[in-house]
Write a protein that binds this ligand. Structure first.
Ligand code: NAD
Length: 308
């Protein structure tokens, strides 16, 4: 097989376009610039990188940004109290709980305590349910960014996304509540054939045979080099969501890589998204777009209250 020259999908350029319309939305909004709060427990490297990116973007957009840090050994009650305060804070229109969380802090307990109208990542059962029903109030930013990137790439290469998805197999690797699972729902909503592979599928040696069936392979596991050239078919469209810090043993410098063996997969793919500069920048803008939407939810929705 001769090496193909994969198209490298430029997430930064797509994000820059989205940013233009987001700025317009903010300038037109009668609610002004929205406010975003993040809650980080502990000091995970990836979460800290994400927080810095959001902080920069908030500054550029003129948005209020409130990063909250809690120590790794914090008690659940304190995290819940922080969420309660953010739910009640009128400057905050969107709340993002950064992960990973330590074992004494169960993710689902926090998600249930979010004000569903500030839950911009759609992790509260009510919002997650709306995504699963195909009627999202907020579309979770990471899988939304992956599909936005795909849609753009398909348009740019002369294909109609809806027709493409209806005839395609999408394989998701990783099924977390905020990335892989809602990503599957978004794929199903597009009438694609969707396959989900998780850690166990890999441990029992079954993942690669599924990955090789993918027309679109979307990887969100947090494992560097998880998928190599032998695990994909020629002409795959490969989207890499993973963000993994790698320390150079000689210089001690940290750089970020995705979950794909980039060179190996790029040698066979039709298109590939890089890390950094792929899904990440689109995700960030999407999150703020959801926050603008949250700020603009009509007052009567707030007053009505929501089932918890
Ligand atoms: P997570 O740790 O919650 O979930 C990872 C998933 O991958 C789990 O379902 C796990 O079982 C699965 N997995 C682990 N090892 C596997 C293996 N060997 N084979 C198959 N599946 C395996 O993480 P997450 O929040 O879903 O994030 C996944 C990755 O995406 C991380 O690297 C994270 O930093 C990155 N991320 C990127 C963005 C972005 O905007 N680009 C946003 C969120 C997360």
């Amino acid at each position: 097989m001769g090496a193909m020259a994969a198209t490298v999908i430029d997430g930064g350029a797509i994000a820059a376009e989205l940013l233009i319309s987001l700025r317009e939305d903010i300038s037109r909004s009668e609610h002004g610039a929205p406010g975003l709060a993040t809650v980080m427990v502990g000091d995970d490297y990836g979460a800290a990188v994400y927080e810095r990116r959001l902080s920069r973007l908030a500054k550029g957009l003129g948005c209020h940004y409130a990063p909250h840090h809690l120590p790794t050994d914090v008690e659940l009650a304190e995290v819940l109290a922080t969420l309660g305060a953010l739910n009640a804070d009128p400057r905050v229109s969107g709340i993002l709980i950064l992960r990973p969380l330590p074992p004494q802090i169960p993710e689902a307990t926090l998600y249930r305590r979010l004000d569903p109208l500030k839950d911009v990542e759609a992790v509260h059962p009510w919002n997650a349910g709306l995504v699963a029903l195909g009627e999202p109030r907020f579309t979770p930013s990471t899988p939304a960014a992956a599909f936005h990137m795909l849609d753009r790439y398909l348009f740019d290469t002369g294909r109609k996304p809806s027709e493409f998805y209806e005839q395609s197999t999408i394989v998701w690797v990783g099924r977390s509540n905020n990335v892989g699972k809602p990503g599957m729902w978004l794929g199903l909503e597009r009438h694609a054939t969707v396959i989900s592979c998780d850690r166990w599928c890999d441990e029992y040696g079954r993942m690669r045979k599924f990955a090789r069936q993918a027309d679109v392979l979307i990887v969100a596991a947090g494992v560097p080099n998880l998928i190599g050239a032998d695990d994909v078919r020629d002409g795959v469209i490969a989207i890499d969501i993973g963000i993994n810090p790698i320390t150079d043993p000689e210089t001690g410098k940290v750089r970020l890589v995705g979950d794909l063996d980039y060179d190996g997969v790029a040698g066979r793919a039709e298109a590939i998204s890089p890390v950094p500069g792929g899904v990440g920048p689109i995700t960030d803008v999407w999150l703020f777009a959801n926050t603008v939407k949250a700020a603009g939810l009509p007052r009567w929705v707030h007053e009505l209250g929501q089932p918890r």
